[in-house]
Structures are given as structure tokens and as C-alpha cells.
Design a protein around this ligand. Structure first.
Ligand SMILES: [Zn+2]
Length: 341
């Protein structure tokens, strides 16, 4: 088992970000990771080389070998488990752990093995219903966690859903993995000495996205609503669209401050500058697309016309991003302008 030190100490490393400038970012505290499972990919390394940190090594259970575990010396009891689908955020309290998202199903045994020695799991909050965030729901539910989600996510996980790209239905989770507490707009809980707040990020990525805010430590878990590393995903069939994403990014800026750390499902821990940059990017694309939509252009037309040219970030798969964004815009055409059709 290899343990490797992050090489990003004390400086901004924008290689995995294609937008913004280093000058706009706050200085970066020292960042370390505590354990690596010796199969690290660039994705996991980028998490560990997070932009906004202050993280340091901590004692970990011996069973944590299969996941990367990021800890923060300035925030005792705070962990990020990486390498199991989306990032899993953990905050310990005097009355058990609060866990945000459960990773993918393949790694559920490792997730449970990593968390179990740390004490009981008081609550599991799902940022949305995708499989990279809900795969270990059943295992953690059986371990006693109360599962919390937005009502739309509760419904999806309880009834299943259609996956158009693969022309198949995803089955509902077993009862032990389904949320038993849900909310529509906002919610809050006190667990031990820690407060946790939830809020709906309507149609930002799916129809069931939420943020999980830990005001005591100024950290907000944002699921797939912020995507500093991968192309932003707009699950148009699942209810996400570009306008919802712009609004959600603005909301995340509104509820944070200059020192807030945002934890996305994929990619590094980020700060306000990165969220602002993604907001501005999405808004710029939205404005351009609405103009081109009025011209009757398809997503392919827009790509060919250079709609994504000259932006401060490039896309791995620009055709897919524009296709999904285009689908979502048509689903919301009546919100764009009065004469769009
Ligand atoms: Zn997702």
C-alpha cells in the first residue's frame, strides 16, 4: 500500500481547471492526504490536491485501504472518502457521523468498512439520486443510518426511473436504501453539537439536487451541481437544465462566503472563486444558446457555429454537453423569451 504526498502544497495548480486565473484565487493552505490505495488516478489525485484545503493526515482505520481518505487538521472529524463513485463527505458529531452521499455500489463494502470503526452513522444525506451517490445506501441504511434526501430523490430511489441513453429502467433501491426523511425546499437538523442544513437546488443537474451545508465548519457539499473537473452534466431527462444550473450556482454563492469550502462529487475541494467561475461560464453559455435557439439551430449547429469558442474553459465532450443543454432548453422554452417558438 503506497502513501504518497501531494505535491500541491502552497500553490494553486490549475491544470485540472480550464477556467479562471490563479490570481483570482485565495492563497492555498497546506494540503495533504492520509492514505492512498496505490491505484490512484489523476481524478483522485486532483481531489487530494484540492484548491482550498488546510487538510492534514489523521489516524485511520486499517480497513480504509480501498479508498482515499482526505482529512483536515483544522476541522477535526471531517473526512472526504474518494475513489468510490462520487466523493463521500463525513462530519463526525458527538452523536454519530453525518455522511453525504454513499459512493457507488461496487465500493459499498469498503465504504462501510471505512466508516464503521469511526462510530455510528447518524444520518446519510443524498445530494441526488444518481448511482455514483447512492450505491452504498442500502449498506449504510442497514448499518442504522437515517437516510435523508429531497422528495424527488426519495421518489426516484423508491420507484426506479428510466435511463433513455441505455433504453432501460433502473430498479428502485431495496427498502433499506431508500430515504425515509425528505423535504421540498429547505430543511435542517441538529446532530450532536453540529447543525446541518439542506436546500433544494432546483433542476440544476437532476430534479432532486440539494446542497448540504455544515455552518459550524463552513463547508458545503454540492454533489454534481458544481463540476470543477469533469464536464458539467445536465441530466435533461432526469430534470436538469442549464437555467436551473445557473440559478443553483448563484444560490451556492449566496449561502457561502469568502472562506466557504465547497465539496463537489468529482474533483477537488474548491472555494468561492471556482464556483463563481463556473456560474459565469454557465451563464455565458446560457445567453449564447438562447440567441442561437431562436435561429432554430440544433446542438450540432451550435457546436459548428463555435458557440463554445473563446470561453475560459474547454469541454471533454462538447457535443454531449450541448446536446443535453439543448434538450433542457427546449423543455423550458416558455421561460426563455415570449417569441422563442
Ligand atoms: Zn449526478
Amino acid at each position: 500500500m503506497a502513501t504518497t504526498r501531494c505535491r500541491c502544497y502552497g500553490s494553486v495548480k490549475p491544470k485540472h481547471r480550464h477556467f479562471g486565473s490563479a490570481e483570482r484565487l485565495a492563497p492555498v493552505p497546506e494540503l495533504r492526504f492520509s492514505r492512498n490505495r496505490n491505484t490512484g488516478t489523476s481524478s483522485r489525485r486532483d481531489v487530494l490536491c484540492g484548491i482550498v484545503g488546510g487538510f492534514a493526515a489523521a489516524a485511520l482505520p486499517a480497513t480504509a485501504h480501498a479508498l482515499d481518505v482526505l482529512t483536515d487538521a483544522a476541522t477535526p472529524g471531517f473526512l472526504i472518502l474518494s475513489g468510490s463513485g462520487g466523493n463521500i463527505v463525513v462530519l463526525a458529531t458527538s452523536d454519530g457521523q453525518i455522511v453525504v452521499d454513499s459512493g457507488n455500489a461496487r465500493s459499498s463494502g469498503d465504504v462501510v468498512a471505512t466508516l464503521r470503526p469511526l462510530g455510528k452513522i447518524a444520518a446519510l444525506v443524498n445530494t441526488h439520486w444518481h448511482k455514483d451517490q447512492t450505491g452504498a445506501n442500502e449498506a449504510l441504511g442497514r448499518a442504522g443510518a437515517t437516510i435523508i434526501a429531497h422528495e424527488k430523490t426519495r421518489q426516484r430511489l423508491s420507484a426506479g426511473w428510466y435511463v433513455p441513453a441505455e433504453d432501460r429502467y433502473e430498479e428502485a433501491l431495496p427498502p433499506a436504501g431508500r430515504p425515509t426523511k425528505a423535504f421540498f425546499a429547505t430543511g435542517a437538523m441538529q446532530i450532536g453539537e453540529k447543525r446541518v442544513e439542506f436546500g433544494y437546488l432546483i433542476e440544476a443537474h437532476t430534479d432532486g439536487d440539494l446542497y448540504v451545508r455544515f455552518p459550524d465548519v463552513n463547508i458545503i457539499a454540492v454533489g454534481d451541481v458544481v463540476s470543477p473537473e469533469r464536464d458539467p452534466v445536465l441530466d435533461w431527462f432526469g430534470g436538469g437544465w442549464l437555467g436551473g444550473r445557473v440559478d443553483a450556482l448563484a444560490k451556492l454563492l449566496e449561502i457561502g462566503d469568502a472562506n466557504t469550502r465547497y465539496v463537489p462529487s468529482f474533483g477537488p475541494v474548491i472555494g468561492r472563486a471556482e464556483v463563481q467561475a463556473e456560474h459565469d461560464l454557465m451563464l455565458a453559455i446560457f445567453d449564447r444558446m438562447v440567441v442561437n435557439l431562436r435561429l432554430g439551430q440544433t446542438a450540432a449547429d451550435m457546436l459548428k457555429a463555435g458557440l463554445l469558442d473563446g470561453l475560459p474553459r474547454t469541454f471533454e465532450d462538447p457535443a454531449k454537453f450541448l446536446y443535453d443543454a439543448h434538450k433542457g432548453l427546449w423543455a423550458h422554452h416558455n421561460k426563455l423569451m415570449h417569441d422563442i417558438v
